[in-house]
Design a protein around this ligand. Structure first.
Ligand code: ZN
Length: 492
C-alpha cells in the first residue's frame, strides 16, 4: 500500500521539558492508580526529554537517511505492510489520549532461570526490591556513597587511563568550540567519531540489531506483546530509574529472551559529568539490573549518543561496551526521531519518512545496521508495532531482525558479565586494550593509545583507527585472549 503524506513542516526545536513530563505522568497516573509495583515514574519523561546539553538529539540532523534535513522535508513514504490492528496515523500525535496498556504476558517467578542462557543464576525476587536502597530517581546519584566509592576504586584498580578532558558544557556543539576542535576526544556528538570498540552496526548485510531505549515503561508491555506475536527479540537499553519503577516488566523482558543493556541511571549527557558521576550513573544502573535479573549487562548505550574517549574509558573499565546507532554521514543517522512525537517536535509522518530513508540506505549497505527507537512513550510503541516493524517484516529482500548481541554472532549468554564466555568473547576492558582504545598503567598491560586516535569532527570513522564491527570483533577475539586472565583478576 502506498501512502503519500503531506504534513505541516515542523522545525526541530529543543524539546519542551516540564510540560510534557507533567502531562505524561498525569496520563499514566489515570491508568495505573493502584499498581504500587509499577509506580508512576517520578520524572520519566523529564529524564529523557531534557534537551541534551550537547544538542545531540535536537540540533543534529537525525533520522534523515537521504541527507535531507528533517526540518525541511515533506514526508512521503511507502509502507509495504501495515498491522491491521495498528493505531491510525491520525491518532499518533502529541498529547493524544492515553490508550490501554496490555498486561504482561506472564508473571516472572523468582527462582526461574532463562531458557536461553545456560548457567544463568536464578531470577531474584523483585517484589522485595526496596527503592529506598537506591538513589533518588532521575537525578545523577551522589558520588559519596559506599557503593560509588567502591566502583571508583574498582575502576582505578583496572589501571585504565581516563583521558583528562574537562566535562563538556551545556548548549551543544556551538557552545563547546574547544572540545569540538580537540579531535583527540573522539566526541561522537559533534562529528560522529567512533572507536573500534563502539558497536555501530551489525556485520552482515540486511541484519538489523533491533533496539529500544528509555524503558521499561507502561507501554513496554504493548511492544512485548507484538514482538511475541511476530517472534522477534530485541535489545532494550534500560534506564535504572525506570527499572526501579517497573521491575516485573524487566524480568518479563529478560525471561522472554530479549537482551537487557545499560542506559544509565538518570539519562544525562555523560560527557557533561565528572568521572565519578559517570561511574555512579553506570554503576547504579548495573546494580539495579543485577538485583532484578541476577545478571549484569555488558553493553551500554550513552543517552543521546553522547560519548567521548573519557566516557568510553570509564564504560570499558566497568565492563560495558558502547553500542551506538548506525551513522553513515552527518546527515544520515539511523535515528527514527520517534521520541519527539510525544513532545510535538516531530510528526508520525516524519518519523515514517525517516524510517523510509533508513530503509533505503540499509537495503543497499554492505553491512547490517542498528536503528534508534524508544519504548518509553505510547506514540513510539504505536509507530513501531503498527508500522515500522510490519514494514520491516514484509521487506524484500528479508531482514534478519534480532538483538544486537545476536547480530554480532554471539549467544545471549555473552550479553551478561556473569555468563559471558570470556575465552571466546573477551570482556570489554581487554578488548579495549587490545584494540588500542584505552591504555593502562601498572602491571595489567600497557598499550599506546590509538595514534592520531580521532576520526575528527565531522569526518566520521577513520579507516585507520576505527574498524567495522565484524572485523573488529574478529581482531579483538584474536588479540585479546592473552590479556583476559589478568583482567579478570581485577574483578570487573
Ligand atoms: Zn535514551
Amino acid at each position: 500500500m502506498k501512502l503519500a503524506v503531506s504534513s505541516a513542516v515542523l522545525a526541530l526545536v529543543p524539546a519542551l521539558v516540564a510540560a510534557h513530563a507533567d502531562h505524561a505522568d498525569a496520563l499514566h497516573a489515570r491508568h495505573h492508580p493502584l499498581d504500587a509495583r509499577q509506580a508512576t515514574p517520578s520524572h520519566a519523561a523529564s529524564s529523557t526529554t531534557s534537551t541534551p546539553a550537547t544538542g545531540a538529539a535536537t540540533s543534529a540532523p537525525t533520522g534523515t537517511g537521504t541527507g535531507t534535513p528533517a526540518a525541511t522535508a515533506t514526508p512521503s513514504f511507502t509502507l509495504l505492510a501495515t498491522n491491521p490492528t495498528a493505531v491510525p496515523l491520525s491518532d499518533i500525535v502529541s498529547n493524544q489520549p492515553s490508550s490501554a496498556t496490555l498486561p504482561l504476558a506472564s508473571t516472572a517467578v523468582p527462582g526461574t532461570t532463562p531458557s536461553n542462557i545456560p548457567g544463568a543464576p536464578p531470577l531474584p525476587n523483585a517484589q522485595i526490591l526496596l527503592p529506598s536502597n537506591y538513589p533518588a530517581l532521575d537525578v545523577p546519584p551522589p558520588i559519596d556513597s559506599d557503593e560509588v566509592k567502591q566502583w571508583i576504586q574498582e575502576v582505578q584498580n583496572t589501571g585504565v587511563v581516563i583521558p583528562n578532558f574537562a566535562p563538556t558544557n551545556a548548549g551543544g556543539c556551538p557552545n563547546n568550540t574547544a572540545a569540538v576542535a580537540d579531535t583527540s576526544r573522539c566526541w561522537w556528538t559533534c562529528g560522529g567519531c567512533t572507536r573500534s570498540t563502539d558497536i555501530t552496526e551489525c556485520p552482515t548485510p540486511l541484519n538489523w540489531g533491533l533496539t529500544y531505549d528509555d524503558g521499561p515503561s507502561f507501554y513496554t508491555s504493548n511492544l512485548l506483546s507484538y514482538l511475541d506475536q511476530v517472534n522477534l527479540k530485541s535489545t532494550f537499553f534500560v534506564v535504572g530509574s525506570r527499572v526501579i519503577s517497573f521491575p516485573a516488566t524487566l524480568q518479563t523482558q529478560y525471561l522472554a529472551g530479549h537482551q537487557i543493556a545499560v542506559h544509565t541511571w538518570s539519562h544525562p549527557s555523560l560527557t557533561m559529568l565528572s568521572n565519578e558521576e559517570i561511574i555512579a550513573e553506570l554503576g547504579w544502573s548495573k546494580k539495579v539490573i543485577k538485583d532484578v535479573l541476577g545478571v549484569t549487562p555488558n553493553m551500554m548505550r550513552p543517552p543521546f549518543g553522547d560519548i567521548d574517549d573519557r566516557v568510553r574509558a570509564i564504560s570499558l573499565a566497568m565492563g560495558l561496551t558502547p553500542v551506538m546507532w548506525t551513522r553513515i554521514s552527518p546527515l544520515a543517522t539511523y535515528d527514527t526521531d520517534d521520541f519527539n512525537i510525544h513532545g510535538g517536535t516531530t510528526t508520525v509522518q516524519q518519523v515514517l519518512q525517516n524510517w523510509e530513508n533508513i530503509l533505503g540506505n540499509a537495503t543497499t549497505s554492505k553491512t547490517g545496521f542498528i536503528v534508534l527507537e524508544h519504548d518509553l512513550f505510547e506514540q513510539t510503541v504505536e509507530v513501531a508495532t503498527g508500522y515500522i516493524l510490519p514494514d520491516a517484516l514484509a521487506h524484500n529482500p528479508p531482514f534478519t531482525i534480532q538483538p544486537v548481541v545476536s547480530c554480532l554472532k554471539q549467544d545471549m549468554t555473552n550479553a551478561y558479565i556473569e555468563t559471558n564466555n570470556n575465552s571466546t568473547n573477551p570482556p570489554a576492558f581487554s578488548a579495549a586494550i587490545s584494540g588500542g582504545v584505552v591504555s593502562v598503567t601498572g602491571s595489567a598491560a600497557t598499550t599506546t593509545p590509538t595514534s592520531g586516535g580521532s576520526s575528527g569532527s565531522g569526518s566520521g570513522k577513520s579507516s585507520g583507527v576505527s574498524v567495522h564491527v565484524g572485523s573488529g570483533l574478529a581482531a579483538l577475539t584474536t588479540f585479546a585472549g592473552a590479556l583476559v586472565g589478568g583482567v579478570l583478576s581485577l574483578g570487573l
